[in-house]
Design a protein around this ligand. Structure first.
Ligand SMILES: [Zn+2]
Ligand SMILES: [Zn+2]
Length: 482
């Protein structure tokens, strides 16, 4: 089980860097960062919480009593309003400072400062209050978690992740043993820190069919520390041509359970968990997404995909979505032949890339059509076409090598987010591309840049203060968002 993880958006990171660099004499500077805490309490997934920054408040000059290149001292009084806000909005206080000149780790002065701050917070907000301390030193984030109800004397964190154009992970413990040599060949391509970062991640795979099973097994072999596989479907014999990790004896069993058992049986340094549920019908599956660093969408379900397209902004995680589409004809003998077949891979970060609506992957009329079919499974294709236009959404035959290629590229997209290695040709976008298996091409559609888009342009949902799981009390029904 990974330890608690801390997340910042790229814009928050830059705001802090600007503040740290703004002292004309190069003194230490301090700021408050407020975090929303996401967890899945009382399950086997408890303990690996995720703290996502929602606000950055640089210290004002008159809060600071004295400072130098090696210390900063401040008054507590101006912070009381922030303590109150933490209580009212259920936020976790973060104290952030930099060491422009001194040690690249927390100092004994920091120990004292933070304990004074924590005590003041506990006096105001209660004895279970938590304090996150972040330090920028040596061009890296360092972090620790103080207070709370933990028994641990010196609670550690797993890492600090910054979600900008990619994912920059620092402060990870990096103490994973490489003695077994399993990841040596991967480290030969990307380096040891890359391997440690993957080990540090919690990744969800939504959909455990052809693409999802391939993605999950690739992630396990790549050394991702925690995998959570979410699917409410059961294995059928027609899945066996492409679902990895399954055998004929598994037919009828839960796909997510089968895949979890397969991955945990590999003997790798990975913990896999399964949820036999659907992200858009099960509130606890949404809770799980909120605690993940990265989510892979491997479903052909438009409603589930739409939910994840929203969740990536609200919870601030990286989202990689896969879909296969194509057209099958009959040849002269009446046998099926592929005329067109492609895999689309989308990579969306909270502050980078177009959302799935702008990418043309999601459409309101497709969502309405799928919802109508859910509400009334007896509707015929003709009736659906009449009311909701054509199906349109990606649907495809399931052919193992194409499904596998889509998964290979999607996992390589995660690698690219952590350590850039690609040189993209001009017609291929970072946030979405298609692999054409018939014409053997890689290409992207034109960017739409719909400036009125609430998801990726106006950012209406980014770190939104949801009151109840994406504001969807009636999960499974699309309802109006704030
Ligand atoms: Zn310090
Ligand atoms: Zn958009």
């Amino acid at each position: 089980m990974n330890l608690p993880r801390i997340a910042l958006l790229g814009s928050q990171h830059r705001k802090l860097m600007d503040h740290f660099g703004s002292d004309p004499s190069g003194h230490e500077r301090a700021a408050i960062v407020l975090f929303r805490k996401f967890s899945v309490p009382e399950t086997e997934l408890a303990g690996s919480e995720r703290y996502v920054a929602v606000d950055v408040i640089p210290f004002e000059n008159n809060w600071v009593t004295e400072s130098s290149a090696t210390h900063v001292a401040f008054r507590l009084k101006p912070l009381v309003d922030i303590f109150r806000r933490c209580e009212e909005e259920d936020l976790v206080l973060g104290f952030v400072h930099n060491h422009p000149a001194s040690a690249t780790s927390f100092s004994s002065v920091d120990d004292v400062n933070e304990s004074v701050l924590l005590n003041a917070l506990k006096n105001r907000n209660g004895s279970k209050s938590e304090l996150i301390a972040l330090l920028w030193a040596g061009e890296k984030w360092h972090g620790r978690l103080l207070g709370g109800s933990r028994e641990d004397e010196a609670p550690q964190i797993q890492h600090i992740a910054v979600y900008g154009d990619g994912i920059t992970v620092t402060g990870h413990r990096g103490d994973h043993s490489h003695a077994d040599g399993i990841l040596d060949r991967q480290a030969a391509a990307f380096g040891r820190p890359f391997v440690d970062v993957l080990q540090s991640l919690r990744v969800a795979i939504v959909g455990a069919g052809g693409t999802g099973s391939a993605v999950a097994t690739l992630l396990a072999r790549a050394g991702v520390g925690e995998l959570i596989i979410i699917d409410d479907d059961h294995l059928e014999s027609s899945n066996l041509n492409r679902v990895r990790g399954s055998t004929i004896r598994d037919v009828g069993r839960s796909k997510s359970q089968v895949l979890k058992e397969y991955i945990n049986g590999l003997g790798l340094n990975v913990s896999a968990y399964s949820m036999n549920s659907s992200v858009d019908l099960d509130p606890s599956a949404i809770d799980v997404l909120s605690t993940c660093d990265v989510v892979f969408g491997c479903t052909d379900d438009q409603i589930g995909r739409e939910l994840m397209n929203l969740a990536l902004y609200v919870y601030g995680f990286a989202y990689i979505d896969l879909g296969l589409g194509g057209r099958v004809d009959a040849d002269n003998q009446g046998d099926a032949i592929l005329r067109n077949h492609h895999a689309r891979i989308s990579t969306i970060l909270p502050e980078s890339g177009e959302c799935l609506f702008c990418q043309g992957v999601l459409r309101e009329d497709w969502l309405r059509r799928q919802q109508a079919l859910r509400d009334n499974p007896d509707l015929s294709e003709e009736e659906l076409d009449e009311r909701y236009l054509s199906g349109g959404a990606e649907s495809a035959p399931g052919v193992a090598p194409f499904v596998g290629a889509a998964a290979d590229y999607a996992v390589a997209n995660l690698f690219e987010l952590i350590r850039r290695f690609r040189r993209l040709p001009g017609n291929v976008r970072e946030d979405m591309y298609s692999l054409d298996f018939v014409n053997m091409e890689v290409s992207s559609r034109e960017k739409r840049s719909d400036l009125s888009c609430d998801f990726c342009q106006r950012k209406s949902f980014t770190l939104m203060n949801e009151h109840y799981r994406l504001n969807r009390p009636a999960l499974g029904k699309r309802n109006e968002l704030a």
